[in-house]
Structures are given as C-alpha cells and as structure tokens.
Write a protein that binds this ligand. Structure first.
Ligand SMILES: NC(=O)c1ccc[n+]([C@@H]2O[C@H](COP(=O)([O-])OP(=O)(O)OC[C@H]3O[C@@H](n4cnc5c(N)ncnc54)[C@H](O)[C@@H]3O)[C@@H](O)[C@H]2O)c1
Length: 262
C-alpha cells in the first residue's frame, strides 16, 4: 500500500517514519509526507534508522501522486482538508490525531460513508484492552463510581486526552445515565452518576491512563503506561494494513482486536 503521511515532521510523524524505515511493514510504502512546518528545521528520523528521501509537501493538495491510504498524525484543525483530500483521492483514511471538535468528528463520520476510515484516539493495543476491561468492570460492579486520571507531557495540546474521553464513553456504555465531569472543582459532594476525568501535564510523560472503579468497600484500579511513542505508530500502521481491501465504513480498535483474536 502506498501511504501519504500527514503531520510528517511532528513527534509522531517522525516515529512513524522511523518504524517504517526499520522494515517491519514490507507491505507499506511511505510515498510522501505533508507538514506545513517542513523546511523549518523539522526533526530527523530517530534511532539512526535511515530516513530515506521522503518528499515533504506543505499542504495535501500540493501532492498529486496516487496513494492507497492517508495516515494522519497532525492537528485537529486539519480535519476538513484531510477528509476532503481522502474523499477526492478515494483513499483509505487513518485518523490518529486527537482533539477534534464535534463538527470535525461529524466530518470524519461523513467521510466513512464513502471511503474506509479508521479512527482511534489511541492506537496502542494495551489501551484497547484497558478500554475493554474498564467497560466490563463498570458493567459488573454494583453501583460503580468511576474516576479516570490521565498524565501526559507538558507539550500536549488537548485536555482531557482523547484516550481519557474514549475511556469515559466506553464506561458510559455500561452506565448510560452517567455524566462525564472534566476536572471537578468547587464545593459539593460527588453525585453517584458521574464519571470524573482528571488531567496532569508534566515533564516528558508519553501517556499514562488510570481507571479507578469503586464499589462499596472495594476499588479496582486499571492502568496503562505507554513507555514509548513507537506503540502508537505500530498500532496506526497495523490499522493501515487492516484497511486494505475493506469496504467503506468507520473502523476502530475493537475491529482490529476482533480480527487479531479471530
Ligand atoms: N491516536 C494515537 O494513538 C496518538 C498517539 C500520539 C499522538 N496522537 C495525536 O497525534 C497528533 C500529533 O501528535 P504529535 O505529538 O506528533 O504532535 P506534534 O505537535 O509534535 O506534531 C504535529 C505535526 O502536525 C503538523 N501540522 C499542524 N497542522 C497541520 C496541518 N493542517 N496539516 C498537516 N500537518 C499539520 C505540525 O507542523 C507538526 O509537525 C496529536 O493530535 C496527538 O494528540 C495520537
């Protein structure tokens, strides 16, 4: 599959290029990158892996070659241009960027009516499992009180993280009456029908998500720690491979897990 990488010079773009250069995805070929910061001293590919000669363009419309898929690790503000471009090319779209507005999420859903789209706020296999475990624990524990704590590096733009929001929505499938409360403050007791989310921003933390589920006199704590960005790149590249030959539709990590588990 020929892949166009949007956000090619960012932290994740560089990690994706590094992982592809290591040769673990022989069926994938990065044919071009897009990044408005190209030429501003963008980072080189890490770990001494050969960077190859990936041509980088300032905007999606500047690249007129053929591609099978567009992999996006950029900024949510790119969503409209990204969806329009994927629809124009009839390419599969893999959205890894987080922080979309409701209007931008609607654009992604609309695109999935015409092309195969994979969308996940977190491409780690471990977080996909954490999400499944949290959903099940909230469904099985009596009167559960759920609080989610997420920690990320101090350069992260969106809070709460897309992953924390996705975890909260997964838990709410088991607690449909619950309200998601971001960053509780003020005076007053917690109401039973709440799912709290708390965001810490410090240092160079790649990503930690904890789900605390209290029920009566016991508390379950489920936690996931990302120790490198390579796990997100690997998952996103697996999602590109997953979409090969898939019909139009919106896919997520549960679909990837289901295919892996047979
Ligand atoms: N889904 C996941 O598993 C996962 C994992 C890590 C990061 N992310 C998300 O991926 C995104 C990128 O993360 P990052 O750490 O690489 O950020 P970053 O800021 O290091 O890189 C973003 C890059 O996108 C470029 N960019 C900005 N606007 C653009 C546009 N309109 N078109 C093309 N490129 C544009 C920037 O110039 C920058 O080089 C963020 O939204 C982040 O939350 C998702």
């Amino acid at each position: 599959m020929d892949v166009l990488l949007n956000g090619a010079c960012g932290r994740m773009g560089v990690v994706v290029r590094t992982e592809v250069a290591k040769g673990g995805h022989p069926g994938l070929r990065l044919v071009a990158g897009v990044d408005p910061s190209a030429g501003e001293g963008a980072a080189e590919v890490e770990d001494g892996a050969p960077a190859g000669s990936l041509p980088i363009f300032a905007a999606l419309e500047d690249y007129d070659g053929l591609v099978d898929a567009i992999l996006d690790f950029s900024n949510h503000a790119a969503t409209k241009a990204l969806c329009d471009d994927a629809l124009r090319r009839k390419a599969a779209l893999i959205v890894a960027t987080t922080g979309q507005t409701p209007e931008e999420l609607a654009l992604i859903e609309a695109a999935a009516a015409e092309i195969p789209v994979f969308f996940a706020p977190n491409y780690s296999l471990g977080v996909a499992l954490l999400t499944r475990f949290a959903r099940e624990a909230a469904a099985l524990m009596p009167k559960p009180e759920v609080e989610i704590v997420e920690t990320h590096h101090d350069q992260k733009l969106d809070a709460p993280s897309g992953t924390a929001l996705a975890l909260a929505h997964a838990v709410r499938e088991s607690l449909p009456e619950a309200r998601i409360v971001e960053g509780r403050s003020g005076y007053g007791k917690r109401t039973p029908a709440e799912i709290g989310i708390h965001s810490l921003r410090l240092g160079n933390v790649v990503g930690v998500h904890e789900v605390h589920i209290a029920s009566g006199d016991e508390i379950i704590t489920l936690a996931h720690e990302a120790q490198s960005r390579a796990i997100f790149a690997e998952g996103a590249l697996a999602a590109v491979e997953f979409l090969e030959g898939k019909p139009t539709g919106l896919y997520g990590m549960d679909d990837l897990l289901a295919e892996r588990l047979g």
